[in-house]
Design a binder for this molecule. Structure first.
Ligand code: PLP
Length: 847
């Protein structure tokens, strides 16, 4: 008999074991090995049956077993000690609290909005890198004591689970998750009634959502869920799947996470007394509608006009873009936005102003990234290279500015060490996270490092065998045919990993470019390579599925199947083994389309060596001694030829550099390899930590945003009103602002570096005051095109009226370089509440 419905009943724990409930539901256990060990020992069989999920485990353990455990003094003491440890982790002042003593302007709370969160496989609410990054951000924030509130959606089926058909085609499954069986708690009011967030929909309908709270150490994560009886059937489906529907489905999800998300935060803070966020961080553009909801709030509560509210919202918003290609940007047809946005949904927020926030080149589209940039005073990409790419990609929004002046910075992503580092690494090298104890440790010998790598590789090999067997059973094979899977992979063979989502730019099949050559590498009698591949293709992307099939078919060949495997259903639970055990982490994207990439960082944490195109994070972190850079054929236009060149370079590197370093042994240890591993662990391991990333966000982004938000909202929002009035004056006058004359004097006949000249300009200000603008002299090198390079800017002083030509400005400028030199003058807006003079995208140049 099959059950008609299923639901989860939580266990009644004996009082001596009651703290297990908190230990299981606070997701801190996911990065706290002593707590994991406790769960594993309560009932090892049940732990396996529960798939290493503590909430399920507590449901699996029989009451008899609980009775025994409650009488076992060791267990009871361990439970109490771990509960106390968690208690102090949650209470004690951490880095942020100490910082805030010195700098009270640090925000009391930050709202962190993301479409996906990959905290753990027990809460499968993510599809890939973006979600896992968000999860790592929350965990590192928790470790540092940063008062974040995460906000997202709870998907009934998460992302899909992947399996393979017999002929290697990706199949998708959508198991339904019961929130009661997840580490979640329903947000309820004092009377126990679930909080319902409401957002008005067209034709008088209302989209409602309840709010589940996950607890990630110290950080609450609020997840909105529309699958409730109070909703009409089609609206129940809004949170059915991640990245699963059409544009209409998608915009409803984004409305819910953005607008509903702010409402959920308000309800959460009101009920729990948690301080309200002073800064809002949107992780990618999806949740950008949160800015519109905050405009509505400011309009209703404080009587601000739309422009005044925009000024206030911008001050406290940080926008992180993750997309280096225009095609990857989230956009909606204008009519769809018009359909949903109404005075019922956002009273007092005028539609035409909303539409203008998302305006882009195509007048019929609404661009979420453009809205993100217009509603955030601070914006960043996720690696240095991606910052530069973003400045180019969005440069049109700052027409007239040089690319490097576009106000988009960068924070290079990081990964949560305690989550992704094998416990053996931490045991050998010590903690590397924010709680690192920098005591001198015993030196680690080459033998110890090599042994460590061998142990991690061996564990990967048995996991690969287990998963290959499982995969073949799912594909329809029977056990007796599968004895060969016991000999898949070899714990002593150089192991290369390649696992990621399968969009075209990641080039899953580059390694298959020359199949004979790959086969030779795999089957080399002296220096073989084994290759583990994994990744999911978006369900709608048949091209991606065809690439997977190509790999699977190659790997199915009995001649090579012991040396190359494709493992279906890449997720966090598999990824961990790969990052631990692979000797080499391969990444061959089309540069510069990888915004950052984080899987290579997770490999590096464990002493894995990266073999990668210099893209994303590897462009800034490759140092010649921590792995290998695959030369990129960036300038080659023909994509096939480019693939050929880069694949060729990859085979070359594997055959002539990687394999020899791995197999050349002195007393059983490969000295060159171990040197690379040691260097990686010493230099990369500290730098790729998510704690480094979160500190950068706090210091360089959240803190300035909090200060700006406080300044602009002080004195009953007078500064916001002033800034809005300034912008409006600027908009009216700017088209008439004109540089009417420029000259320079004072240079000797044969000037040398450092010689001084006086630059003078007259500027017609069209009604603006001299203090409303900055006039700058710009001096730098020029080539044949007269484009200034390596330029220096010097603010010019207002020195009076220029008869009939406006205002006079002048300054003394020192010649910065030898060689052909040029200069010009420009006018920019100036206001104390602007974060940079490029912010408003206004510039006047001569003539
Ligand atoms: C880290 C991680 C990713 C992201 O890896 P990239 O290098 O950005 O492709 C994707 N999926 C899982 C499960 C991860 O752990």
């Amino acid at each position: 008999m099959k059950a008609l419905r299923r639901f989860t009943v939580r266990a009644q724990l004996p009082s001596a074991l009651a703290p297990l409930q908190t230990l299981a539901t606070n997701l801190r256990w996911t990065w706290h090995t002593p707590t994991q060990d406790l769960f594993a020992t309560l009932d090892p069989d049940a732990w396996e049956r529960a798939g290493h999920d503590p909430v399920r485990l507590l449901g699996e353990i029989s009451s008899t077993r609980f009775g025994e455990l409650a009488k076992d003094a060791d267990t009871v003491v361990t439970v109490r000690e771990l509960a106390d440890d968690l208690g102090s982790y949650l209470q004690e002042p951490r880095w942020y609290q100490l910082e805030r003593e010195d700098d009270p302007s640090l925000p009391a709370a930050v709202g962190y909005f993301s479409m996906e969160f990959g905290v753990s496989e027990v809460l499968p609410n993510y599809s890939g890198g973006l979600g896992v990054l968000a999860g790592d951000h929350l965990k590192a924030a928790s470790d540092l004591g940063v008062p974040l509130i995460g906000v997202g959606l709870l998907y009934r089926s998460g992302y899909f689970r992947q399996s393979l058909s017999l002929d290697g085609w990706q199949l998708e499954h959508y198991p339904v998750l019961d929130p009661q069986g997840l580490p979640l708690q329903l947000l309820a009011d004092a009377d126990g009634a679930p909080v319902l967030v409401e957002v008005a929909m067209p034709r008088g309908r209302v989209l409602k959502a309840r709010v589940w709270q996950a607890t990630v150490g110290r950080v609450p994560l609020l997840l909105l869920d529309s699958d409730i009886e109070e909703n009409e059937p089609d609206l129940r489906g809004v949170t059915d799947r991640l990245y699963g529907g059409d544009q209409d489905h998608r915009i409803k999800q984004e409305i819910l996470v953005g607008i509903g998300g702010v409402r959920a935060v308000r309800a959460f803070c009101a009920l729990t007394g948690h301080p309200a966020p002073e800064v809002f961080h949107t992780n990618e553009g999806h949740a950008g509608y949160l800015g519109l909801e905050r405009i509505r709030e400011l309009h209703e509560r404080d009587g601000l006009s739309f422009d005044e509210a925009v000024a206030a919202v911008r001050a406290g918003t940080v926008f992180t873009t993750h997309t280096p290609v225009p095609a990857g940007i989230d956009r909606f047809p204008l009519d769809l936005v018009r359909h949903y946005f109404s005075d019922e949904m956002l009273p007092g927020v005028p539609m035409d102003r909303v539409l203008a926030l998302g305006a882009e080149e195509n007048p019929n589209m609404f661009n979420m990234a453009h809205m993100g940039l217009r509603l955030a005073q601070r914006a960043n990409g996720v690696s240095q290279l991606h910052g530069a790419v973003s400045r180019g990609m969005f440069g049109a929004l700052w027409a007239g500015f040089d690319r490097d002046e576009v106000p988009i910075g960068s924070v290079t992503n990081g990964v949560h060490g305690a989550t992704w580092e094998a416990r053996e690494v931490t045991a050998l090298l010590g903690d590397c996270g924010p709680a690192a104890n920098h005591m001198q440790r015993d030196p680690v010998s080459d033998e110890m490092l090599w042994e460590l790598r061998g142990a991690l590789r061996a564990r990967l090999v048995s996991e690969v065998r287990r998963r290959v067997r499982e995969a073949w059973l799912q594909r329809g094979a029977s056990l007796p045919e599968l004895s060969w899977t016991d000999h898949v992979f070899d714990p002593d063979v150089l192991t290369v990993g390649f696992a990621r989502r399968v969009p075209t730019y990641k080039r899953l099949t580059l390694m298959l470019r020359d199949k004979d050559r790959l086969r030779d590498l795999l089957l080399d009698p002296h220096r073989p390579v084994q290759l583990v591949v994994a990744g999911k293709s978006h369900p709608a992307d048949d091209g991606g599925k065809a690439l997977i099939q190509e790999i699977v078919r190659f790997a199915d060949d009995p001649a090579v199947r012991h040396r190359i495997v494709f493992l279906p259903d890449y997720d966090m639970s598999m990824a961990r083994y790969l990052y631990w055990g692979c000797d080499v982490w391969l990444n061959n994207p089309l540069r510069p389309l990888e915004a950052c990439g984080t899987s290579g960082m997770k490999s590096a944490l464990n002493g894995g060596l990266n073999l990668s195109i210099r893209d994303g994070w590897w462009d800034e972190f490759y140092d010649g001694a921590n792995g290998w850079a695959i030369p990129t054929a960036d300038g080659i236009e023909d994509p096939l030829r480019r693939d050929d060149l880069e694949a060729n370079a990859l085979y070359e590197l594997l055959a002539t550099q990687v394999a020899p370093a791995f197999y050349e042994r002195v007393d059983g240890v490969p000295p060159r390899w171990v040197e690379l591993v040691r260097h990686t662990l010493t230099t990369l391991r500290p730098q790729v930590q998510a704690s480094r990333m979160v500190r950068e966000y706090v210091e360089d982004w959240y803190a300035p945003a909090a200060r700006a938000a406080a300044r602009i909202s002080g004195d009953d929002f007078r500064p916001a009103r002033e800034l809005a009035a300034y912008r409006s004056r600027l908009n009216a006058s700017w088209p008439q602002v004109e540089i009417t004359g420029v000259d320079a004097s004072g240079l000797p006949d044969t000037p040398e570096v450092g010689a001084e000249m006086t630059v003078r300009a007259s500027v017609q200000l069209a009604g603006l005051a001299p203090g409303d603008v900055t006039v700058e002299a710009v001096i730098g090198r020029v080539g044949e095109t007269d484009d200034l390079a390596d330029s220096v800017t010097v603010a010019m002083e207002h020195v009076g009226l220029a008869e009939g030509m406006g205002e006079r400005f002048e300054s003394v400028v020192k010649l910065p370089h030898a060689g052909l030199t040029g200069y010009t003058v420009r006018v920019l807006p100036s206001h104390p509440l602007l974060a940079s003079s490029a912010e408003l995208a206004k510039i006047v140049l001569p003539g």
